[in-house]
Design a protein around this ligand. Structure first.
Ligand code: SAM
Length: 326
């Protein structure tokens, strides 16, 4: 089993299956897009399956597919059922920007995926376009509503609130969690990739204050077995939930149970540090499973106690979020 030097059990692997995305969110991707990986540098599906199989042997129980945008990778419709067929996985989920969600919901349901996370930072079409640089609000919203109608639950809506950009929508998202069964998750804007992210940062304590002032107390929801770092709440009588994910103002590193796999085959022990352990190289040299196990053990061994990032220091994360997968 994977236990790091600080006695944290690692049982969650986030797998970025592509570096490509059909949006270019201002806080995540440069205006002209990030330089794309060469096709041959991206892990093939059979390589991903082998890595996941090893991870399961080592006690990983939960997998999340991310990107780039997972639905832009060709063949994902065949890959997801193969992943779902692997024995030992308690939980598979997916984070998407929702643009192609509508057309993939039947496949997800047939494969046995029950819940999804959709990133949506504005409920206003013009603002959505300003943030994502594309006019796809209607497609995303249709996907979310169809997922709800098809019984996906929970549907978590990831929202990054940024000063001067969408901070006037906090109450609209709060209202959504009252009137609908959506779980709205406010993720603090991380100072990664762009200087402007630090300027846009708003601590979740402010979001909480705004919500409570308007809608009344946030009632804590007891954490579930597969919960991530969100502090969960609901409003009295509300149909959905509010989740606060505060990596900067209230770091949850002491409970971190994650490893990340990038599309080009690097294991990252921490989202906000620059440590990477190459798993693609041994894989492509035709190594035995034992060597891949060693790579996992090494990645866990170098997992830092806490990420070094705050708004005041100069620590730079070399990768942009679009190439890590959030
Ligand atoms: N394309 C998919 C999506 O949009 O959900 C998956 C990849 S995206 C990088 C995963 C998540 O990372 C999104 O919810 C996005 O909002 C979040 N993210 C990206 N950059 C971020 C930043 N600087 N701070 C906080 N969250 C960020």
């Amino acid at each position: 089993m994977l236990v790091d030097r600080f006695n944290r059990s690692i049982n969650y692997l986030r797998v970025s299956i592509t570096d490509r995305c059909n949006l270019r969110c201002v806080y995540c991707t440069p205006p002209d897009g990030e330089r794309r990986l060469r096709h041959r540098d991206i892990l093939r599906y059979e390589e991903l399956l082998r890595i996941v199989r090893i991870a399961l042997k080592l006690g990983i129980k939960k997998i999340r597919l991310t990107g780039g945008e997972p639905f832009v990778r060709k063949g994902i419709q065949e890959f997801i059922p193969m992943l779902m067929a692997l024995k030992g996985l308690d939980d598979i989920s997916l984070t998407t920007n929702g643009v192609y969600l509508k057309d993939n919901l039947e496949m997800l349901k047939a494969a046995g995926i029950k819940r999804i996370n959709v990133s949506i930072d504005s409920l206003n079409r013009v603002k959505f376009k300003r943030i994502t640089r594309f006019d796809y609000f209607s497609e995303v919203w249709e996907g979310i509503e169809k997922a709800r109608d098809m019984g996906f639950y929970p549907i978590k809506l990831n929202v990054v609130i940024m000063k001067g950009i969408n901070d006037n929508e906090v109450l609209d998202f709060g209202r959504l969690a009252i009137e609908h069964p959506y779980h709205i998750r406010f993720i603090e804007c991380m100072p990664v990739g762009f200087e402007s992210n630090s300027l846009a940062f708003i601590p979740n304590s402010e979001i909480e204050k705004t919500l409570v002032h308007k809608f009344g107390p946030l009632i804590p929801v007891s954490p579930g077995q597969n919960d991530g770092p969100a502090e969960r709440y609901r409003f009295d009588g509300g149909k959905g939930e509010i989740g606060l994910i505060s990596p900067i103002s209230n770091s949850f590193c002491q409970h971190c149970n994650r490893l990340r796999l990038t599309a080009n085959g690097m294991l990252l022990p921490c989202l906000l540090s620059n440590i990477e352990v190459d798993i693609k190289d041994p894989l492509r040299r035709g190594c035995l499973d034992e060597e891949l196990i060693e790579v996992f053990l090494k990645a866990v061994d170098v997992k830092p106690k806490c990420h070094p990032l705050n708004l005041d220091n100069n620590q730079k994360v070399h990768r942009k979020m679009c190439s890590i997968g959030g």
